[in-house]
Design a protein around this ligand. Structure first.
Ligand code: COA
Length: 465
């Protein structure tokens, strides 16, 4: 892997070219985010018309910064970008994060090619152009003009779309989804998904990589790298432009070729990539991988207080190739003591709508602590005899007492306002919790799906070696 790629995530110093004193201008907001999110390295605003910005000494050029810099964030109009790159290259910068639009996406192909040629001639890599920046939470780096206070966690999010990416950045904060990184790749003139995947594969803070993808420049390399990465951690892709009209929309957005939908499907499957059907599902699955250990065996047990919701998750799991089998006898005996006599002790275990808070939580814990159970899916429908916030609180303290989860537990809490408060609490704690049964079922099913795909990719790679 090119060592310059790691400077995208862990730069020792950053220059913001086009830094501005004017709040609301992109160059101001990026500098403000870098400082406000707590980046610990050296930061230099660059603007020939200012002496000081946000309390920092301002430099007229990158080459006038004593000691040089690793990363140069460029937020000046496209026509000035090449001069900045030339100057930064001379000053020994390792990576240029080019925020500016006005390149291939509007037909300026030659300008974009020249940008990369020039940067590479100095050994510098280019992220972008046409991007909102980069975030890497382990380094407290937020060199973007998106929201500032992203939550640290295990998801690396690579996005080809800028505005959608920024919006989803905000969504992660509201939904309590932790990220290791958010990388806007825009036109992918130089650094692409494969380069980033190679870094993220060995990044200990990243548990799962989530990519919003419109198209790839080098499909073969992407698939080769992705299949190597998925032997280490899951890769979830939301592929935009899956229909003919969608593909046309992609061409006019980032200038990428969306490619043939069937080819993508086959290639993703072969590489072991999890293809999400929509953005919501992509984040649900990724949140689950980021927070949970892998199933310890094939036996998935569902514990529900609502028969209908139990049927819905059974259907969803079956659609993902998971058939629920009877719970272990030892678990049946334990749960029998906690539930009304008319409870159904099959799988799903239906503890009935009459169950108390304690009864529901203890049934879940019995399943979690049973050595023959590999993963647990909790499904709860709000009733007048239970309180979802109490259930969340009890479950959190019991899991804390256990020293954390040693097998996956995903939960669906379905109901009114209190369930949403409980969902937030459980997600903050790290138990993936969803407001609909199918979302929880899809998330846990994806873990089994990933393990299956990983096994077949590993054996195929072995055959090839
Ligand atoms: N070196 C250093 N500073 C320079 C410079 C140079 N070569 N050329 C200009 N500047 C300064 C300007 O004087 C200005 O500073 P000021 O605010 O103190 O006057 C600042 O850099 C910004 O330049 P300006 O000409 O005001 O541009 P802008 O801020 O209006 O727009 C971009 C710059 C990059 C934001 C704009 O061209 C652009 O591409 N916008 C789209 C960005 C985008 O959407 N990206 C994709 C996101 S998904």
């Amino acid at each position: 892997m090119d060592p310059s790629i790691s400077s995208i995530f862990n730069p020792k110093s950053i220059a913001v070219v086009g830094a501005s004193k004017t709040p609301g201008k992109i160059g101001y907001e990026i500098l403000s985010n870098i400082l406000g999110y707590g980046y610990g390295g050296k930061v230099y605003p660059v603007n020939p018309t200012a002496n000081e910005i946000l309390g920092l000494k301002c430099y007229p050029k990158v080459s006038s910064i004593p000691g040089g810099v690793d990363m140069v964030v460029i937020s000046v109009p496209a026509k000035s970008v090449l001069d900045v790159v030339e100057d930064a290259g001379n000053a020994g910068a390792k990576v240029a994060v080019v925020i500016s639009s006005g390149f291939k996406e509007v037909g300026n192909v030659a300008l974009e090619e020249e940008l990369v040629r020039k940067a590479r001639s100095y050994g510098m890599r280019v992220l972008g152009p046409n991007i909102f920046g980069v975030v890497y939470t382990p380094a407290r780096l937020n060199a973007s003009f998106g929201p500032r206070n992203v939550i640290p966690g295990g998801i690396a999010f690579i996005t080809q779309s800028g505005a959608l990416g920024i919006a989803l950045m905000g969504m992660t904060i509201v939904e309590r989804i932790g990220v290791s990184s958010i990388i806007s790749v825009g036109n992918k003139a130089d650094v692409d998904d494969a380069d980033l995947l190679q870094f993220l594969a060995d990044d200990p803070s990243t548990k799962v990589v989530l990519i919003y993808l419109e198209g790839v420049n080098d499909g073969r390399r992407f698939i080769k790298v992705a299949s190597e990465v998925i032997t280490k951690k899951p890769v979830v892709v939301i592929k935009a432009g899956r229909t003919e009209v969608g593909a046309k929309a992609v061409a006019s957005h980032t200038g990428s070729l969306a490619g043939n939908v069937v080819v993508y499907k086959v290639a993703f499957n072969q590489a072991g990539i999890l293809a999400a059907h929509n953005v919501e599902e992509a984040f649900d699955i990724s949140r689950t991988f980021a927070n949970l250990p892998f199933p310890t065996n094939e036996k998935l047990v569902v514990v529900t207080n609502g028969g209908g919701a139990g049927v819905l998750v059974t259907d969803t799991l079956a659609e993902y190739g998971i058939t629920l089998t009877n719970p272990p006898q030892s678990l049946v005996e334990q749960v029998r003591k906690l539930v009304p006599p008319f409870a159904s002790l099959a799988n799903p275990i239906d503890v009935t709508g009459m169950i108390s808070n304690e009864g529901y939580v203890n049934s879940l814990l019995a399943a979690l602590n049973n050595p023959e159970v590999g993963a647990v899916l909790g499904v709860y429908c709000q009733t007048a005899v239970t309180d979802p916030t109490m259930i969340a609180g009890m479950l959190i303290s019991k899991v804390k007492e256990m020293g954390g989860l040693n097998k996956p537990l995903a939960i669906a809490l379905i109901g009114g306002e209190e369930t949403y408060m409980a969902i937030k609490r459980l997600n903050d704690f790290g138990i993936p919790t969803f407001p609909m049964p199918e979302r929880a079922a899809t998330s846990i099913a994806s873990m089994y799906n990933y393990l299956r795909m990983r096994e077949s990719v590993i054996s195929r790679l072995k055959e090839l070696s």
